[in-house]
Design a protein around this ligand. Structure first.
Ligand code: SF4
Length: 66
């Protein structure tokens, strides 16, 4: 089964969670971590996914899916 956990673009973090590195980092809303603070600078983040998640751009070798 194709999942983030066996995708070329997935970077594990811990406990079955990781980051999708398929695309460049994106700017997230200021309350991403649940706080109301406004960041002093703009920082990019990769989408976080569970190792059992998947999407249509899954790849085992970095090549686009047919
Ligand atoms: S399956 Fe999709 S969301 Fe998951 S790591 Fe691969 S490209 Fe990213």
């Amino acid at each position: 089964m194709k999942t983030c956990g066996n995708c070329k673009f997935w970077q594990p973090i811990r406990n079955g969670n990781g980051e999708c590195r398929r695309r460049t980092p994106t700017i997230q809303p200021s309350n991403r971590d649940g706080s109301d603070s406004i960041p002093a600078d703009l920082e990019g983040y990769w989408p976080r996914t569970d190792q059992e998640a998947w999407c249509g751009e899954h790849s085992t070798n970095g090549a686009p899916n047919p």
